[in-house]
Design a protein around this ligand. Sequence first.
Ligand code: OAD
Ligand code: ZN
Length: 237
Amino acid sequence: MQEHIFVLTGAGVSAESGLGTFRDKKGEGIWQKFDPMKLATPEAFARDPESVLAFYDARRRNLINAKPNAAHFALARLERALASRGGRLTLVTQNIDDLHERAGSKEVIHMHGELLKARCQRCGAVRFWPDDIKPSYVCPHCGSAGSLRPHVVWFGEMPLSMDEIDQALRLADLFVAIGTSGAVYPAAGFVAEARAYGVPTFEINLEAADNAYCFDEARYGPASETVPAWVEELVGG
Ligand code: OAD
Ligand code: ZN
């Protein structure tokens, strides 16, 4: 069994928990219904903070009512099993939800930020924030008004923890992408980086991602079935 597995998750892992994906064939994805340029850029926030904050408030309320599914639980099991035999799981998620943590994963790298945290644009302080954010709110850390925003990465901004991610990719024995369309960089490029480092690559997805041709192997189906089955094969028995 591989000792260090690098898993990248996307919206497909949380789809069966009722949190929408961004792009789908039926045109019902979040970015097919809402224009990301009006809701998920620093410019949109500067122009129309009410609309941007209201969009994330609605997503935060959905999240609080959602529950982790079997795919999240299986990845938490994989983390424990690898650790118990001296190995390691690097779990990098593009998801801003906390369902991996609620399923028991201890170490999760949220490269696109976290919906349940707020960040002050003035002083940079990040804190747990499960409630709505209003444009009039004052930063509890520095006292400035109107500077709080969701701690999420918007288009045009740099994803988080990129150095840590690159180091983990370099050292992995296996790279697995789960429930991600391979449409958004830099995450979509991790598979090519892994290959360049000589790491075998595996896709688990509902259907082939845009970058499916980059993977050595693939398995298709709903994450709540494919992920537990794969983890059972690796660590069961
Ligand atoms: P997408 O919505 O682009 O892709 C979701 C993927 O999940 C697709 O490949 C689907 O086939 C797959 N999928 C859907 N339901 C599934 C299920 N039940 N089981 C397994 N797979 C399923 O989501 P991401 O690739 O995560 O970034 O999107 C990447 C980034 O684009 C997001 O993090 C977000 C967005 O813009 C930011 O907001 C910065
Ligand atoms: Zn502040």
